[in-house]
Design a protein around this ligand. Sequence first.
Ligand code: DX5
Ligand code: ZN
Length: 217
Amino acid sequence: MVLVSPSLLSADFGNLRNEVQKLEKSGADWLHLDVMDGHFVPNLTFGAPIIKTLRTASNLTFDTHLMVENPEKMIPWFADAGSDIITIHFEACNNPQQALRQIRGLGKKAGISIKPQTPASEIISLLDDADLVLVMTVNPGFGGQSFMSDQLEKIAALRHMIGTKNIYLEVDGGINPKTAELCRKAGADVLVAGSAVFKTSDYAANINALKTQGDLP
Ligand code: DX5
Ligand code: ZN
């Protein structure tokens, strides 16, 4: 069964502790934490101190997505804050292999993410250093954008490249019950969703729809 990692970006920022606890009770598998620096992407969100505080509120797997330029110096901050998975962007580092090894060296799972314009072939040589591959299905920076269906081919190609390796294939951006089904069929095993989870107060139903809609009874 696919895992759902709700993105906190669409939560009520004035009430984060309760939002995280509600997600945990609603069947979220992981918690997706979008860190943006205003350079790599044209938006700013939150940093390690917020994540550290939320760590005391939840046992969920903390899935931290670093949309920051040159993440190397910040990786230890997010490891210390209690992230379980730290994902960096291929496009943001001079030496992505070294950054992935740095993350693993701190005892965390290491993820590599690619923007829509970056071909899957760019990261083949990094798979042995990665525990997760994150395919962006929107241009990173904001929640609530439309899914780019031309990325489905990339998801399928990465599923093939990953083969039997123990690597999660995660997708992020524009995921709703309909696009979730397309991604599951293309081989994704973790779905990030912001607006689709927070669109109504029934987070459990919204999460469940991402896992099961379109499946035969
Ligand atoms: C976008 C972020 C996403 C975003 C997804 O740059 O990486 O995680 O929150 O939001 P939705 O699901 O609304 O597209
Ligand atoms: Zn994200």
